[in-house]
Design a binder for this molecule. Structure first.
Ligand code: GLU
Length: 478
């Protein structure tokens, strides 16, 4: 049904109980890179058997985030479409007496556990329902509340982990665990194992937090006679303090980062280094390089440190790597439509601001003053103790100089050479400061010549005249 097992086949198997976060997407990325590196298949499997916690909107979020990052899947499955499949296997296990119905009440289980604890024995299911004859149990299951448990042998088992080597567990500690709430309600471990086998998965690549599920899953595999799999349990993602990543950090989803103005390539580059490093410890990697170089040999056992400043750094880097035009296209959606009336001005602004940007969403706030002159107090135009009349005079002369520059010469270089001559005569601060304030409405801004260049002759003169009028009014009032 799923093709022949000759290629690497890996799966990303999220439960849609929340939006895709960094933990999940790092797992998806490592699966995807391994598949690409090996010329294999990357399968997306939505593990939605938990009806109470699974939500369609989270499934949509997961798919949209993966697509946004370019992690395209080759095949897609959803567990709730496959309930009949799991039922078939459950029935077979029950008939072969490898699984059994259990009717123990919550109180029985709690009592058993307390008794075991008081004797200093690690608690596990007592096995009370193991011996109920199959026919009797089947009849009771039609009327009584029940679960289905696997008969777990008391033996040691091991598996091969590409990151940890050979890992050994003793099943004696596990006990007969629950594999389904009923024939139509398989639990996570069970559906997961059936799917890995039926979908001919070759490698299970997932977070370290799943390592404790592995012995249970192998017990199910063995009960069903499935072939063993190869595992790679990825290191945890740790916060900057080397502790487990806080709920707050994890609560933020990939779609939040997307909305905040992070670029997919920056997110991928940041993620790939969470637990893996390429040869020669290169930091900047194209997606092709990631695919080419990826291998589990260089995935570490120790947790990867999640450092958000690093993500910002990558994002700034990839923003600067975009052409002004491409970046302008991305930013268009994030600014008021009126800003696009003069596209030239917009692209020029993008080109200047690009050097400073960390996130796409920083842009609008940082350059707003170029499109809408903020209200400012006339006093801001004053330079130190220079009288208002002098500053007003300087502004008037500067207006004359701006007017004298032809439209086609109105570029930074020409403006700078003319204006500097004047500034050297009258004093830099006394000339350049009020121009900068006149053009930006603000004391802290790019230099006045950059501003004039971006604003263009018409807007520059409008702003200069406005400043002059403000100052003259103030002067008259005094
Ligand atoms: N559904 C599991 C999860 O979301 C996946 C476990 C696995 O990859 O085997 O954590």
């Amino acid at each position: 049904m799923f093709g022949q097992k000759k290629h690497v086949r890996v799966r990303f198997a999220p439960s849609p109980t929340g939006p895709l976060n960094f933990g999940g997407v790092r797992t998806a990325l490592f699966n995807w890179l391994f598949a690409k590196h090996e010329g294999g298949y990357f399968i997306l499997r939505i593990e939605d058997t938990d009806k109470e916690r699974s939500r369609p909107e989270f499934e949509t979020d997961i798919k949209e985030s993966l697509s946004w990052l370019g992690l395209h899947w080759d095949e897609l499955y959803k567990q709730t479409d496959r309930i009949a499949e799991y039922e078939k296997y459950l029935t077979s296990l029950l008939e072969r007496n490898i699984a059994y119905y259990c009717f123990c009440s919550e109180e029985d289980l709690v009592k058993d556990e307390e008794a075991q604890m008081s004797q200093g024995i690690p608690p596990k299911y007592s096995g009370r329902c193991r011996t109920i004859p199959f026919e009797e149990a089947t009849a009771r299951a039609k009327k009584e509340k029940h679960v289905i448990r696997l008969k777990v042998p008391e033996k040691e088992l091991s598996f091969h982990d590409l990151i940890r080597g050979k890992v050994t567990f003793h099943l004696g500690l596990v006990g007969d665990f629950i594999i389904a709430k009923s024939l139509k309600e398989p639990l996570y471990n069970f559906a997961n194992v059936i799917d890995d086998a039926e979908m001919e998965i070759t490698h299970v690549v997932r977070g370290e937090e799943h390592i404790s599920n592995t012995p249970r899953q192998i017990a199910i595999q063995e009960a069903l006679g499935f072939s063993p799999l190869i595992y790679a349990h990825l290191p945890l993602i740790l916060g900057a303090n080397k502790k487990k990543l806080s709920k707050r950090d994890l609560a933020k989803s990939i779609s939040d980062y997307r909305r905040e103005g992070y670029l997919p390539h920056a997110v991928l580059n940041f993620l790939v280094l969470l637990g893996w490093h390429p040869k020669e410890d290169k930091e900047i990697l194209s997606v092709e390089e990631m695919q080419k170089e990826f291998s589990f040999d260089r995935v570490q056992k120790a947790g990867g440190i999640f450092n958000i400043e690093k993500l910002d750094w990558f994002n700034g880097y990839y923003i600067r790597a975009l052409s002004d035009e491409t970046l302008a296209l991305l930013l268009e959606e994030l600014v008021p439509p009126a800003w696009m009336n003069d596209r030239n001005k917009f692209v020029k602004t993008v080109s200047v601001e690009k050097e400073r940007m960390k996130k796409l969403t920083d842009f609008a706030g940082a350059v707003k003053f170029l499109f809408e002159l903020p209200v400012y107090a006339p006093e801001l135009l004053l330079w130190k103790h220079t009288p208002a009349a002098t500053i007003a005079g300087n502004l008037k002369e500067a207006i004359g100089i701006f007017e004298g520059i032809a439209e086609e010469d109105f570029h930074k270089r020409t403006i700078e050479s003319k204006m500097m001559l004047f500034a050297e005569m009258r004093g830099r601060g006394e000339v350049l400061w009020p121009i900068r304030v006149a053009l930006s409405g603000n004391g802290a801004s790019p230099g006045p010549f950059d501003l004039a260049d971006i604003l263009g002759k018409r807007e520059t003169l409008l702003r200069m005249k406005h400043a002059y009028a403000l100052l003259s009014k103030k002067h008259e009032a005094e």
